[in-house]
Design a protein. Structure first.
Length: 495
Protein backbone atom coordinates (compact mmCIF):
# COMPACT_ATOMS: atom_id res chain seq x y z
CA UNK A 1 0.00 0.00 0.00
CA UNK A 2 1.38 3.42 -0.96
CA UNK A 3 1.48 6.26 1.56
CA UNK A 4 -1.40 7.97 -0.22
CA UNK A 5 -3.68 4.91 -0.20
CA UNK A 6 -6.47 4.75 2.36
CA UNK A 7 -6.91 1.48 4.24
CA UNK A 8 -10.69 1.35 4.62
CA UNK A 9 -10.88 -1.91 6.54
CA UNK A 10 -13.38 -3.16 3.96
CA UNK A 11 -13.30 -6.76 2.76
CA UNK A 12 -12.99 -5.82 -0.91
CA UNK A 13 -13.49 -8.47 -3.59
CA UNK A 14 -13.87 -6.96 -7.05
CA UNK A 15 -15.61 -9.83 -8.85
CA UNK A 16 -17.24 -7.57 -11.47
CA UNK A 17 -13.87 -6.10 -12.43
CA UNK A 18 -12.21 -9.50 -12.38
CA UNK A 19 -14.79 -11.53 -14.31
CA UNK A 20 -16.40 -9.01 -16.68
CA UNK A 21 -13.39 -7.28 -18.19
CA UNK A 22 -15.19 -5.84 -21.23
CA UNK A 23 -18.08 -4.46 -19.22
CA UNK A 24 -16.49 -1.30 -17.85
CA UNK A 25 -13.89 1.41 -18.22
CA UNK A 26 -11.39 2.06 -15.45
CA UNK A 27 -11.99 5.46 -13.89
CA UNK A 28 -10.48 6.83 -10.70
CA UNK A 29 -12.78 9.82 -10.18
CA UNK A 30 -12.02 13.52 -9.97
CA UNK A 31 -10.14 14.87 -6.99
CA UNK A 32 -12.46 17.28 -5.20
CA UNK A 33 -10.78 20.59 -4.28
CA UNK A 34 -12.20 20.65 -0.76
CA UNK A 35 -14.22 17.53 0.12
CA UNK A 36 -16.33 17.73 3.27
CA UNK A 37 -18.41 14.96 4.84
CA UNK A 38 -21.89 16.46 5.22
CA UNK A 39 -23.86 13.33 6.08
CA UNK A 40 -22.64 9.87 6.99
CA UNK A 41 -24.73 6.76 7.57
CA UNK A 42 -22.74 5.28 10.43
CA UNK A 43 -24.96 2.21 11.06
CA UNK A 44 -24.76 1.23 7.39
CA UNK A 45 -21.01 1.86 7.37
CA UNK A 46 -20.58 -0.53 10.30
CA UNK A 47 -22.46 -3.32 8.53
CA UNK A 48 -20.18 -2.84 5.52
CA UNK A 49 -17.13 -3.28 7.70
CA UNK A 50 -15.63 0.20 7.36
CA UNK A 51 -12.87 0.73 9.93
CA UNK A 52 -14.47 3.72 11.61
CA UNK A 53 -11.98 3.76 14.48
CA UNK A 54 -9.15 4.63 12.10
CA UNK A 55 -10.95 6.65 9.43
CA UNK A 56 -11.24 10.37 10.12
CA UNK A 57 -13.96 12.47 8.53
CA UNK A 58 -11.28 13.89 6.25
CA UNK A 59 -10.27 10.45 5.01
CA UNK A 60 -13.89 9.40 4.58
CA UNK A 61 -14.61 12.57 2.60
CA UNK A 62 -11.61 11.98 0.34
CA UNK A 63 -12.49 8.32 -0.16
CA UNK A 64 -16.23 8.79 -0.71
CA UNK A 65 -15.87 11.71 -3.11
CA UNK A 66 -13.80 9.55 -5.46
CA UNK A 67 -10.53 11.43 -5.38
CA UNK A 68 -8.53 9.20 -3.05
CA UNK A 69 -6.96 5.83 -3.74
CA UNK A 70 -8.45 3.05 -1.60
CA UNK A 71 -6.47 -0.09 -0.81
CA UNK A 72 -7.81 -3.00 -2.87
CA UNK A 73 -10.24 -0.90 -4.90
CA UNK A 74 -10.52 -1.02 -8.68
CA UNK A 75 -12.72 2.01 -9.43
CA UNK A 76 -14.59 1.74 -12.69
CA UNK A 77 -17.49 3.08 -14.75
CA UNK A 78 -19.93 0.41 -15.87
CA UNK A 79 -21.21 0.09 -19.43
CA UNK A 80 -24.91 -0.25 -20.18
CA UNK A 81 -27.49 0.70 -22.78
CA UNK A 82 -31.18 1.39 -22.27
CA UNK A 83 -34.60 2.28 -23.53
CA UNK A 84 -35.35 5.79 -22.30
CA UNK A 85 -39.05 6.61 -22.56
CA UNK A 86 -39.30 3.90 -25.22
CA UNK A 87 -36.38 5.05 -27.38
CA UNK A 88 -33.26 2.89 -27.44
CA UNK A 89 -29.84 4.34 -26.63
CA UNK A 90 -27.16 1.74 -27.41
CA UNK A 91 -24.57 3.37 -25.15
CA UNK A 92 -25.35 5.04 -21.85
CA UNK A 93 -23.16 3.84 -18.98
CA UNK A 94 -21.97 5.54 -15.81
CA UNK A 95 -21.58 9.07 -17.11
CA UNK A 96 -20.97 10.69 -13.72
CA UNK A 97 -20.54 7.76 -11.40
CA UNK A 98 -18.12 5.01 -10.52
CA UNK A 99 -18.12 1.69 -8.75
CA UNK A 100 -15.63 2.41 -5.98
CA UNK A 101 -15.51 -1.08 -4.52
CA UNK A 102 -17.34 -4.35 -4.30
CA UNK A 103 -17.29 -5.62 -0.72
CA UNK A 104 -18.33 -8.57 1.38
CA UNK A 105 -20.10 -7.05 4.37
CA UNK A 106 -20.15 -8.39 7.93
CA UNK A 107 -22.90 -10.82 6.92
CA UNK A 108 -20.85 -11.97 3.90
CA UNK A 109 -23.35 -10.30 1.58
CA UNK A 110 -21.80 -8.87 -1.59
CA UNK A 111 -22.46 -5.12 -1.89
CA UNK A 112 -21.44 -2.35 -4.29
CA UNK A 113 -20.21 1.01 -3.03
CA UNK A 114 -21.02 3.44 -5.82
CA UNK A 115 -20.22 7.15 -6.10
CA UNK A 116 -22.55 9.50 -7.96
CA UNK A 117 -21.21 12.86 -9.13
CA UNK A 118 -17.57 11.79 -9.13
CA UNK A 119 -16.61 13.27 -12.52
CA UNK A 120 -16.62 12.73 -16.28
CA UNK A 121 -16.14 9.22 -17.66
CA UNK A 122 -15.92 7.78 -21.17
CA UNK A 123 -19.72 7.45 -20.96
CA UNK A 124 -20.46 11.09 -20.09
CA UNK A 125 -21.97 12.02 -23.49
CA UNK A 126 -21.22 15.73 -23.13
CA UNK A 127 -22.19 16.05 -19.46
CA UNK A 128 -19.89 17.53 -16.84
CA UNK A 129 -19.89 14.40 -14.68
CA UNK A 130 -20.89 16.38 -11.61
CA UNK A 131 -23.85 16.40 -9.24
CA UNK A 132 -25.15 19.19 -7.02
CA UNK A 133 -26.11 19.19 -3.37
CA UNK A 134 -29.91 19.43 -3.60
CA UNK A 135 -30.59 16.32 -5.71
CA UNK A 136 -27.97 14.39 -3.76
CA UNK A 137 -29.68 15.20 -0.46
CA UNK A 138 -32.98 14.27 -2.06
CA UNK A 139 -31.69 10.84 -3.06
CA UNK A 140 -30.32 10.32 0.45
CA UNK A 141 -33.72 11.11 1.97
CA UNK A 142 -35.72 9.03 -0.50
CA UNK A 143 -33.45 6.00 -0.40
CA UNK A 144 -33.35 5.83 3.38
CA UNK A 145 -37.10 6.46 3.59
CA UNK A 146 -37.78 3.59 1.19
CA UNK A 147 -35.49 1.30 3.18
CA UNK A 148 -37.37 2.19 6.36
CA UNK A 149 -40.65 1.50 4.55
CA UNK A 150 -39.34 -2.03 3.84
CA UNK A 151 -38.95 -1.47 0.10
CA UNK A 152 -35.89 -3.03 -1.58
CA UNK A 153 -33.64 -0.11 -2.49
CA UNK A 154 -30.17 1.23 -2.87
CA UNK A 155 -28.98 2.76 0.40
CA UNK A 156 -27.31 6.09 1.06
CA UNK A 157 -23.93 5.85 2.75
CA UNK A 158 -22.70 9.44 2.61
CA UNK A 159 -23.05 12.91 1.17
CA UNK A 160 -19.80 14.75 0.48
CA UNK A 161 -19.63 18.32 -0.76
CA UNK A 162 -16.74 18.87 -3.14
CA UNK A 163 -15.96 22.55 -2.63
CA UNK A 164 -16.84 23.25 -6.26
CA UNK A 165 -19.61 25.40 -7.70
CA UNK A 166 -21.39 23.55 -10.48
CA UNK A 167 -23.35 25.30 -13.21
CA UNK A 168 -26.95 24.20 -13.65
CA UNK A 169 -29.62 26.91 -14.04
CA UNK A 170 -27.18 28.84 -11.84
CA UNK A 171 -24.12 27.98 -9.77
CA UNK A 172 -24.83 25.39 -7.09
CA UNK A 173 -22.67 23.57 -4.53
CA UNK A 174 -21.17 20.37 -5.94
CA UNK A 175 -21.66 17.09 -4.09
CA UNK A 176 -21.16 13.34 -4.37
CA UNK A 177 -23.50 10.63 -3.10
CA UNK A 178 -22.00 7.37 -1.90
CA UNK A 179 -24.66 4.71 -2.21
CA UNK A 180 -24.78 0.98 -1.57
CA UNK A 181 -26.55 -1.67 -3.64
CA UNK A 182 -26.65 -5.45 -3.94
CA UNK A 183 -25.34 -4.76 -7.43
CA UNK A 184 -25.70 -2.24 -10.24
CA UNK A 185 -26.46 -4.80 -12.95
CA UNK A 186 -29.39 -3.44 -14.94
CA UNK A 187 -31.62 -4.61 -17.76
CA UNK A 188 -29.61 -2.09 -19.77
CA UNK A 189 -26.38 -3.92 -18.93
CA UNK A 190 -27.70 -6.95 -20.81
CA UNK A 191 -28.96 -4.74 -23.63
CA UNK A 192 -25.53 -3.19 -24.17
CA UNK A 193 -24.06 -6.45 -25.48
CA UNK A 194 -27.22 -7.92 -26.98
CA UNK A 195 -27.54 -4.82 -29.19
CA UNK A 196 -24.04 -5.51 -30.51
CA UNK A 197 -24.83 -9.14 -31.28
CA UNK A 198 -22.34 -10.30 -28.65
CA UNK A 199 -24.28 -13.26 -27.28
CA UNK A 200 -21.10 -14.65 -25.72
CA UNK A 201 -20.88 -11.53 -23.56
CA UNK A 202 -24.57 -11.78 -22.68
CA UNK A 203 -23.95 -15.37 -21.56
CA UNK A 204 -20.95 -14.29 -19.50
CA UNK A 205 -23.06 -11.61 -17.82
CA UNK A 206 -25.97 -14.00 -17.26
CA UNK A 207 -23.68 -16.60 -15.68
CA UNK A 208 -22.13 -13.96 -13.44
CA UNK A 209 -25.57 -12.67 -12.43
CA UNK A 210 -26.80 -16.16 -11.59
CA UNK A 211 -23.68 -16.82 -9.52
CA UNK A 212 -24.03 -13.51 -7.68
CA UNK A 213 -27.78 -13.26 -7.13
CA UNK A 214 -29.49 -16.56 -7.93
CA UNK A 215 -27.06 -19.29 -6.96
CA UNK A 216 -29.83 -21.88 -6.69
CA UNK A 217 -30.16 -21.74 -10.50
CA UNK A 218 -26.55 -22.67 -11.26
CA UNK A 219 -27.14 -26.35 -11.88
CA UNK A 220 -30.52 -25.99 -13.56
CA UNK A 221 -30.68 -26.98 -17.25
CA UNK A 222 -33.09 -24.05 -17.70
CA UNK A 223 -31.03 -21.57 -15.71
CA UNK A 224 -31.48 -18.66 -18.16
CA UNK A 225 -35.24 -19.09 -18.28
CA UNK A 226 -35.07 -19.36 -14.50
CA UNK A 227 -33.10 -16.09 -14.40
CA UNK A 228 -35.86 -14.37 -16.34
CA UNK A 229 -38.45 -15.80 -13.97
CA UNK A 230 -36.56 -14.67 -10.86
CA UNK A 231 -36.13 -11.13 -12.16
CA UNK A 232 -39.82 -10.96 -13.14
CA UNK A 233 -40.83 -12.10 -9.67
CA UNK A 234 -38.56 -9.62 -7.91
CA UNK A 235 -39.88 -6.77 -10.04
CA UNK A 236 -43.50 -7.83 -9.47
CA UNK A 237 -42.90 -7.72 -5.73
CA UNK A 238 -41.08 -4.39 -5.94
CA UNK A 239 -43.68 -2.61 -8.08
CA UNK A 240 -46.46 -3.89 -5.81
CA UNK A 241 -44.68 -2.31 -2.83
CA UNK A 242 -44.41 0.99 -4.72
CA UNK A 243 -48.10 0.91 -5.55
CA UNK A 244 -49.10 0.04 -1.98
CA UNK A 245 -47.29 3.17 -0.78
CA UNK A 246 -48.35 5.60 -3.51
CA UNK A 247 -44.81 5.88 -4.89
CA UNK A 248 -44.16 7.08 -8.44
CA UNK A 249 -40.63 6.36 -9.68
CA UNK A 250 -40.92 8.69 -12.65
CA UNK A 251 -38.20 7.33 -14.91
CA UNK A 252 -38.65 3.57 -15.32
CA UNK A 253 -36.22 3.27 -18.21
CA UNK A 254 -34.55 -0.10 -18.72
CA UNK A 255 -31.27 1.32 -17.43
CA UNK A 256 -33.08 2.09 -14.17
CA UNK A 257 -34.39 -1.45 -13.63
CA UNK A 258 -32.00 -3.53 -11.54
CA UNK A 259 -31.70 -7.28 -11.92
CA UNK A 260 -31.50 -7.67 -8.13
CA UNK A 261 -34.91 -6.01 -7.71
CA UNK A 262 -33.86 -2.88 -5.82
CA UNK A 263 -35.23 0.60 -6.42
CA UNK A 264 -32.53 2.74 -8.00
CA UNK A 265 -32.12 6.37 -9.10
CA UNK A 266 -34.45 8.73 -7.25
CA UNK A 267 -34.20 11.64 -9.68
CA UNK A 268 -37.80 12.60 -10.57
CA UNK A 269 -39.68 10.33 -8.14
CA UNK A 270 -42.40 11.42 -5.72
CA UNK A 271 -45.07 10.11 -3.37
CA UNK A 272 -48.72 10.82 -4.10
CA UNK A 273 -50.53 13.12 -1.67
CA UNK A 274 -54.16 13.26 -2.82
CA UNK A 275 -54.75 9.95 -4.55
CA UNK A 276 -54.70 10.14 -8.33
CA UNK A 277 -54.03 6.99 -10.39
CA UNK A 278 -52.85 9.14 -13.30
CA UNK A 279 -50.31 11.02 -11.16
CA UNK A 280 -47.16 12.10 -13.00
CA UNK A 281 -44.51 14.28 -11.40
CA UNK A 282 -41.53 14.11 -13.76
CA UNK A 283 -40.98 17.16 -15.96
CA UNK A 284 -39.74 14.93 -18.79
CA UNK A 285 -42.63 12.44 -18.76
CA UNK A 286 -44.90 14.50 -20.99
CA UNK A 287 -46.74 11.42 -22.31
CA UNK A 288 -47.41 9.99 -18.80
CA UNK A 289 -45.56 6.83 -19.76
CA UNK A 290 -44.52 6.25 -16.16
CA UNK A 291 -47.65 7.51 -14.38
CA UNK A 292 -48.57 5.81 -11.11
CA UNK A 293 -51.12 3.45 -12.65
CA UNK A 294 -48.84 2.64 -15.61
CA UNK A 295 -45.95 1.33 -13.52
CA UNK A 296 -46.89 -2.39 -13.67
CA UNK A 297 -47.28 -2.19 -17.46
CA UNK A 298 -43.96 -0.31 -17.74
CA UNK A 299 -42.30 -3.09 -15.77
CA UNK A 300 -43.71 -5.72 -18.15
CA UNK A 301 -42.38 -3.73 -21.12
CA UNK A 302 -38.92 -3.51 -19.57
CA UNK A 303 -38.89 -7.19 -18.68
CA UNK A 304 -39.84 -8.04 -22.25
CA UNK A 305 -36.73 -6.18 -23.39
CA UNK A 306 -34.71 -8.18 -20.85
CA UNK A 307 -36.22 -11.40 -22.17
CA UNK A 308 -35.16 -10.47 -25.71
CA UNK A 309 -31.52 -10.35 -24.62
CA UNK A 310 -31.75 -13.87 -23.19
CA UNK A 311 -33.48 -15.58 -26.13
CA UNK A 312 -30.29 -17.10 -27.65
CA UNK A 313 -29.49 -18.57 -24.22
CA UNK A 314 -32.97 -19.90 -23.49
CA UNK A 315 -33.19 -22.08 -26.59
CA UNK A 316 -31.33 -22.46 -29.89
CA UNK A 317 -34.69 -22.50 -31.64
CA UNK A 318 -35.75 -18.83 -31.66
CA UNK A 319 -39.43 -19.63 -31.98
CA UNK A 320 -39.27 -22.00 -29.02
CA UNK A 321 -37.25 -19.46 -27.01
CA UNK A 322 -39.85 -16.75 -27.66
CA UNK A 323 -42.66 -19.08 -26.59
CA UNK A 324 -40.91 -20.02 -23.34
CA UNK A 325 -39.95 -16.43 -22.52
CA UNK A 326 -43.45 -15.18 -23.29
CA UNK A 327 -44.92 -17.64 -20.80
CA UNK A 328 -42.65 -16.23 -18.10
CA UNK A 329 -43.41 -12.61 -18.99
CA UNK A 330 -47.13 -13.37 -18.98
CA UNK A 331 -46.81 -14.67 -15.41
CA UNK A 332 -45.83 -11.19 -14.20
CA UNK A 333 -49.39 -9.89 -14.08
CA UNK A 334 -50.63 -12.67 -11.81
CA UNK A 335 -47.57 -12.41 -9.56
CA UNK A 336 -47.94 -8.65 -9.34
CA UNK A 337 -51.66 -8.91 -8.51
CA UNK A 338 -50.93 -11.42 -5.76
CA UNK A 339 -48.20 -9.26 -4.23
CA UNK A 340 -50.32 -6.12 -4.52
CA UNK A 341 -53.43 -7.72 -3.02
CA UNK A 342 -51.40 -9.25 -0.19
CA UNK A 343 -50.11 -5.76 0.56
CA UNK A 344 -53.60 -4.27 0.40
CA UNK A 345 -54.97 -6.94 2.73
CA UNK A 346 -52.28 -5.98 5.24
CA UNK A 347 -53.14 -2.29 4.87
CA UNK A 348 -56.82 -3.11 5.48
CA UNK A 349 -56.13 -5.33 8.49
CA UNK A 350 -57.07 -8.60 6.82
CA UNK A 351 -55.18 -11.74 7.79
CA UNK A 352 -57.10 -14.27 5.69
CA UNK A 353 -58.26 -14.33 2.09
CA UNK A 354 -61.72 -14.00 0.59
CA UNK A 355 -62.69 -13.56 -3.07
CA UNK A 356 -64.26 -10.15 -2.45
CA UNK A 357 -61.02 -8.60 -1.15
CA UNK A 358 -59.90 -7.33 -4.55
CA UNK A 359 -63.18 -5.50 -5.14
CA UNK A 360 -63.13 -4.09 -1.59
CA UNK A 361 -59.65 -2.64 -2.09
CA UNK A 362 -60.41 -1.26 -5.55
CA UNK A 363 -63.65 0.35 -4.36
CA UNK A 364 -61.75 2.23 -1.66
CA UNK A 365 -59.18 3.47 -4.17
CA UNK A 366 -61.95 4.65 -6.49
CA UNK A 367 -63.47 6.65 -3.63
CA UNK A 368 -60.07 8.14 -2.75
CA UNK A 369 -59.50 9.18 -6.36
CA UNK A 370 -62.99 10.64 -6.79
CA UNK A 371 -62.73 12.72 -3.62
CA UNK A 372 -58.99 13.48 -3.86
CA UNK A 373 -58.23 12.03 -0.43
CA UNK A 374 -54.70 11.91 0.94
CA UNK A 375 -53.50 8.34 0.34
CA UNK A 376 -51.13 8.03 3.30
CA UNK A 377 -53.37 9.78 5.82
CA UNK A 378 -56.40 7.68 4.94
CA UNK A 379 -54.75 4.30 5.35
CA UNK A 380 -53.21 5.34 8.66
CA UNK A 381 -56.60 6.63 9.77
CA UNK A 382 -58.22 3.25 9.12
CA UNK A 383 -56.30 1.74 12.03
CA UNK A 384 -57.26 4.65 14.26
CA UNK A 385 -60.86 4.21 13.17
CA UNK A 386 -60.85 0.69 14.61
CA UNK A 387 -59.78 2.22 17.93
CA UNK A 388 -62.78 4.54 17.91
CA UNK A 389 -61.16 7.48 16.12
CA UNK A 390 -63.51 7.57 13.17
CA UNK A 391 -63.68 11.34 12.89
CA UNK A 392 -60.16 11.61 11.48
CA UNK A 393 -60.99 9.31 8.59
CA UNK A 394 -64.36 10.93 7.89
CA UNK A 395 -62.84 14.42 7.84
CA UNK A 396 -60.64 13.47 4.90
CA UNK A 397 -63.67 13.09 2.61
CA UNK A 398 -65.76 15.80 1.00
CA UNK A 399 -68.65 13.31 0.97
CA UNK A 400 -68.15 11.06 4.03
CA UNK A 401 -71.34 9.13 3.34
CA UNK A 402 -69.76 7.30 0.40
CA UNK A 403 -66.83 6.31 2.59
CA UNK A 404 -69.15 5.22 5.39
CA UNK A 405 -70.96 2.90 3.00
CA UNK A 406 -67.65 1.35 2.07
CA UNK A 407 -66.73 1.18 5.75
CA UNK A 408 -69.81 -0.94 6.45
CA UNK A 409 -68.67 -3.47 3.85
CA UNK A 410 -65.17 -3.40 5.31
CA UNK A 411 -66.53 -3.94 8.85
CA UNK A 412 -68.55 -6.91 7.65
CA UNK A 413 -65.41 -8.34 6.06
CA UNK A 414 -63.40 -7.78 9.26
CA UNK A 415 -66.04 -9.66 11.25
CA UNK A 416 -65.12 -12.77 9.29
CA UNK A 417 -61.38 -12.35 9.88
CA UNK A 418 -59.81 -14.23 12.83
CA UNK A 419 -57.30 -11.54 13.85
CA UNK A 420 -57.97 -9.97 17.26
CA UNK A 421 -58.74 -6.25 17.27
CA UNK A 422 -55.61 -5.08 19.10
CA UNK A 423 -53.31 -7.17 16.93
CA UNK A 424 -55.16 -5.97 13.85
CA UNK A 425 -54.51 -2.30 14.61
CA UNK A 426 -50.88 -3.01 15.45
CA UNK A 427 -50.39 -4.92 12.21
CA UNK A 428 -52.03 -2.13 10.19
CA UNK A 429 -49.83 0.49 11.81
CA UNK A 430 -46.77 -1.56 10.85
CA UNK A 431 -47.55 -1.20 7.13
CA UNK A 432 -49.41 2.14 6.94
CA UNK A 433 -46.84 4.88 7.59
CA UNK A 434 -47.41 8.17 9.36
CA UNK A 435 -44.51 9.81 7.55
CA UNK A 436 -43.51 9.69 3.90
CA UNK A 437 -41.15 12.03 2.00
CA UNK A 438 -43.80 14.58 1.10
CA UNK A 439 -42.67 16.61 -1.86
CA UNK A 440 -43.07 20.06 -0.35
CA UNK A 441 -41.23 19.07 2.84
CA UNK A 442 -38.34 17.58 0.90
CA UNK A 443 -38.06 20.81 -1.09
CA UNK A 444 -38.09 22.91 2.08
CA UNK A 445 -35.22 21.06 3.75
CA UNK A 446 -33.18 21.05 0.55
CA UNK A 447 -33.65 24.79 0.13
CA UNK A 448 -32.47 25.39 3.70
CA UNK A 449 -29.36 23.31 3.05
CA UNK A 450 -28.57 24.78 -0.37
CA UNK A 451 -29.22 28.43 0.37
CA UNK A 452 -28.33 28.74 4.05
CA UNK A 453 -26.10 25.71 4.72
CA UNK A 454 -28.69 24.82 7.37
CA UNK A 455 -28.90 21.03 7.65
CA UNK A 456 -31.02 20.90 10.81
CA UNK A 457 -34.33 20.66 8.88
CA UNK A 458 -32.84 17.87 6.75
CA UNK A 459 -31.77 15.94 9.84
CA UNK A 460 -35.19 16.32 11.46
CA UNK A 461 -37.06 15.14 8.38
CA UNK A 462 -34.64 12.24 7.98
CA UNK A 463 -35.28 11.21 11.60
CA UNK A 464 -39.02 11.09 10.91
CA UNK A 465 -38.62 9.19 7.65
CA UNK A 466 -36.41 6.53 9.21
CA UNK A 467 -39.14 5.76 11.80
CA UNK A 468 -42.11 6.09 9.45
CA UNK A 469 -44.58 3.87 11.31
CA UNK A 470 -44.15 5.42 14.77
CA UNK A 471 -46.32 8.40 15.68
CA UNK A 472 -44.10 11.02 17.31
CA UNK A 473 -45.39 14.40 18.41
CA UNK A 474 -41.97 15.91 17.66
CA UNK A 475 -42.64 15.13 13.99
CA UNK A 476 -46.30 16.15 13.75
CA UNK A 477 -45.48 18.70 11.04
CA UNK A 478 -44.34 15.91 8.72
CA UNK A 479 -47.67 14.08 8.71
CA UNK A 480 -49.50 17.06 7.22
CA UNK A 481 -50.39 17.14 3.52
CA UNK A 482 -49.33 20.17 1.46
CA UNK A 483 -51.34 23.36 1.59
CA UNK A 484 -53.37 24.20 -1.51
CA UNK A 485 -50.93 26.92 -2.51
CA UNK A 486 -48.18 24.32 -2.98
CA UNK A 487 -50.00 23.40 -6.20
CA UNK A 488 -48.99 20.73 -8.68
CA UNK A 489 -45.54 19.36 -7.95
CA UNK A 490 -43.04 18.79 -10.74
CA UNK A 491 -39.83 16.83 -10.27
CA UNK A 492 -36.59 17.13 -12.20
CA UNK A 493 -33.82 14.61 -12.75
CA UNK A 494 -31.27 16.80 -11.02
CA UNK A 495 -28.65 14.25 -10.07
Amino acid sequence: MSDSEIDSGLNIDNSFARELVDFYSLFAGDKAPSPKLIKFNRPLAKTLGLDLDNLSDEKLAAMLSGGASVKGSIPLAQAYAGHQFGGFSPQLGDGRALLLAEVLDLNQQRRDIHLKGSGRTVFSRGGDGKAVLGPILREYLLGEAMHSLNVPTTRALAVVTTGERVMRQHLLPGAVLARVASSHIRVGTFQFFAARGQSDKVKLLADYTIERHFGHLKDSPDCYLGLLGEVCDKQASLIAKWMNLGFVHGVMNTDNMTICGETIDYGPCAFIDNFDPSAVFSSIDSQSRYAYSNQPAAAIWNLSRFAETLLPLINNDTEQAVELATQVINSFEQSYQQYWLTGMRSKLGLSNQEPEDLALANELLEILAAQKVDFTQLFRALGNLLQGGGETANMLFTDPEVFQQWQQRWSARLSRDPLRSKLRVESMHMVNPVYIPRNYQVEQVITAAEENADFAPFEKLLAALTSPFEQNEDFDEFSAPPADEFGCYTTYCGT
